[in-house]
Write a protein that binds this ligand. Structure first.
Ligand code: PXL
Length: 295
């Protein structure tokens, strides 16, 4: 079984960061090790929150992992609390690549949404996060994060040519593959666009747009992409699965009269990921037994 390490906070209530990544990545049949960067009572979009910083724990944990020679198939980082933590994740990337040169380094620069930076972040934090993204194989910014990273004004609607330009400029920051989320090329549709620098190719996948906005969908999206990629799906298929999963979770939320504003009912649709994981397992088994593809 593949093993990944995810680095992000644990918001005790809020259906984001680790409470989203763990179930999603597990459902995709991947062992999910964690490096929690902070413990919050709830995420920062609530009117108040407690924040217990765990920066002091990170170096000793990383040193022990080095001693144990743990091997990870991917590192996936999300919300980080400070520039110091960004520097530590940068060092962890070096350790992981030293142990496994083919590990996927996946960075979601989780720092902004809906046109503004999250509470507690400023431009210098955004610059440091942009620097970390340069070390990734794949980055997954939303449109707000992309504008912060490129220093351009945020807007919701873009032409295809503008999106291509944004993706090329993000890619020039360093990562060979870039996934931009919150993209809409057609009325009533929403999805993501992928740019692969080596092939100079774009791939867009959209599904229905849900007119209400919820927190935590970006974390779910990145977690699905990470788990699916590590299981051997192409980046394009991983992104398609992630868009469909987030939409299914949004629909489940809208159907729930007790739904909360702060996160989506992804638990109701986790079965989709278990099915995808099962299908991948069957495909690998078939190929291992001498077949070349499934009918
Ligand atoms: O969903 C992103 C996220 C993760 N972690 C914390 C957050 C947020 C978004 O607001 O506050 C602590």
């Amino acid at each position: 079984m593949k093993r990944i390490i995810t680095v992000q906070d644990i918001s005790c209530v809020g259906r984001c960061s680790l409470t989203a990544a763990l179930p999603v990545i597990s459902a995709l049949g991947v062992e999910c090790a964690v490096l929690p960067t902070a413990v919050l009572s709830n995420h920062t979009a609530f009117s108040g929150f407690t924040f217990h910083d765990l920066t002091g724990e990170l170096s000793p944990i990383m040193a022990e992992w080095k001693r144990q020679k743990f091997r990870f198939d991917a590192l996936y980082s999300g919300y980080l609390g400070s520039k110091e933590q960004i520097a530590l994740v940068s060092a962890l990337i070096d350790d992981i690549r030293a142990e496994n040169p083919s590990a996927h380094i996946i960075i979601d620069p989780a720092m902004a949404d809906f046109g503004k930076l999250y509470t507690g972040f400023d431009d210098s934090f955004a610059r440091a996060m942009t620097g970390l993204c340069a070390k990734a194989d794949i980055i997954l910014p939303n449109l707000t994060e992309a504008s912060c990273m490129l220093g351009i004004p945020y807007k919701e609607q873009h032409t295809e040519a503008e999106l291509h330009d944004i993706l090329r400029r993000l890619s020039a920051l360093g990562s060979p593959q870039t996934v931009l989320t919150g993209v809409s090329l057609h009325e009533g549709k929403l999805g993501a666009m992928v740019y692969d620098r080596e092939r100079d190719s774009f791939y867009t996948y959209e599904n229905d747009r849900v007119e209400r906005q919820f927190h935590g969908t970006g974390d779910l999206f990145s977690s699905v992409v990470t788990g699916a990629l590590v299981r051997g799906m192409t980046l394009e298929d991983s992104v398609k699965l992630a868009v469909d999963f987030v939409l299914a979770a949004l629909r489940a939320t809208m159907e729930d009269p007790d739904a909360h504003w702060y996160g989506v009912n992804f638990e109701a649709v986790l079965g989709m990921l278990c099915h995808a994981s099962h299908d991948l397992h069957e495909t690998h088994r078939y190929i291992a037994e001498g077949g070349s593809s499934l009918a």
